[in-house]
Design a protein around this ligand. Structure first.
Ligand code: FES
Length: 400
């Protein structure tokens, strides 16, 4: 049986069973308590591999970009030796930002304050009036590195000093994602929205109703998040596959939501492959902690949620498509325009739905109340969060 076939069988078994109680209680303080937020900052965002961009954003040696999604100023540099590196954007003289322009090309990184200059491997190579600095040892004053690694063109960074190998950390989720999404993707569009809610509330919405990007000729699609198959993979990553509603399934040419067909031949299969799953269901992977990757037959949508304090979050949506070479970006094509409009609608819809959420949740937290996780995917994601935070988060705020 293929992975897609296994998943479809579980979905079928679930469809025939009485509704299960997969929900868990989520103490509202998880979303509002400053100590919980601080534990996430220190134990999660400072110690996880986080998506910083794709190689096409710093495609050639000398290109750099600043990156501050975690509120820690970093620089990602495609060094002249061809290696992509990451450093704290902080000069080893007095801590000024080494680069101030968000993106650019430089063969050396020169701090504008007093012109200490670093090469793209982070080495301090030039100090004006160096003789004035008694005992200055250049080899000890290079830029402070941050772990940086690539997986299929995606750039990940990790502030943890002893960061695990990226491939090990991605594990089966990374392998499945590579098999389903393909390689050679390129950034097609990026957009963001600020949501007035805790970042976990945004993750919760994405997980409860996996995004179903429109497909050419099929009209809007709706996935049935309550019926989704959610599986926790190594390191807290998740796979979530939701069947479409009967109307959406019909728009895709399926006889019913669980009669998957392979778009290559339009035929149902006893043991469907990844192509049939991508065509016939809403499939997504969560790369723990904050990245949901929604798969479409001809592209990948990355949705990353970044905390901005307890009560606000930034939601980034980035579309990646197979590399289109030298020609015009497919973004101008009608099918992609529809998809990008849908993406904006998705972001706006989440921001609208969660307007006022932070205040309501804070009030609930004051009363010691809790929220229901609802879907299995949400529960599993919160459980992975608790497993990661361990004793560093208040015990009273754990999933129940
Ligand atoms: S702070 Fe960078 S050169 Fe002085």
């Amino acid at each position: 049986m293929t992975l897609a076939g296994d998943i479809r069988e579980r979905l079928r078994a679930r469809a025939g069973a009485p509704p299960s109680r997969e929900s868990a209680r989520l103490p509202a303080g998880r979303y509002a308590d400053p100590s919980f937020h601080e534990a996430e900052r220190a134990r999660l965002f400072a110690r996880s591999w986080l998506l910083a961009g794709r190689l096409d954003e710093v495609a050639s040696p000398g290109l750099y970009m600043t990156w501050e999604k975690t509120r820690v100023p970093l620089i990602v540099v495609h060094a002249v030796d061809g290696v992509v590196r990451c450093f704290y954007n902080s000069c080893r003289h007095r801590g000024a930002p080494v680069v101030r322009v968000p993106r650019g090309r430089n063969r050396a990184l020169r701090c504008q304050y007093h012109s200490w200059t670093y090469d793209t491997s982070g080495k301090l190579v030039s100090v004006p009036d160096e003789r004035d600095f008694v005992d200055l040892r250049r080899e000890e004053r290079g830029l402070v590195p941050v772990a940086c690694a690539l997986a299929d063109g995606a750039i990940f960074v990790n502030e943890e000093a002893a960061a695990p190998d990226l491939r090990d950390w991605l594990g089966p989720a990374g392998e499945e994602l590579r098999a389903a999404a393909g390689e050679g993707l390129r950034t097609l569009d990026r957009r963001s929205v600020t949501v007035a809610a805790n970042w976990k509330r945004v993750m919760g919405r994405l997980l409860a109703a996996p995004p179903a990007p429109p497909r050419a000729g099929a009209g809007p699609l709706i996935a049935d998040g309550d019926a989704a198959d959610a599986e926790t993979l190594a390191n807290g990553h998740l796979r979530v596959v939701a069947p479409f509603t009967p109307e959406s399934a019909s728009a895709l040419g399926l006889a019913s939501p669980l009669d998957w067909i392979d778009p290559a031949d339009g035929a149902p299969s006893a043991s469907p492959g990844p192509g049939a799953m991508l065509h016939s269901a809403a499939a997504a992977y969560v790369l723990f902690p904050n990245l949901l990757v929604a798969l479409a037959p001809d592209g990948v949508l990355g949705l990353a949620v970044w905390p901005e304090g307890e009560a606000s979050a930034l939601l980034d949506a980035v579309w990646y498509a197979p590399d289109w070479g030298e020609g015009d970006s497919p973004a101008v094509q009608p099918a992609w325009r529809t998809r990008l409009e849908w993406t904006q609608g998705l972001l706006d819809g989440i921001a609208e739905a969660l307007a006022g959420d932070a205040e309501a949740v804070a009030e609930l937290a004051e009363r010691g109340g809790a929220l229901e996780s609802g879907s299995e995917a949400v529960r599993r994601w919160h459980e992975a969060l608790d497993a990661r935070l361990g004793e560093h988060a208040p015990a009273a705020l754990r999933v129940r």
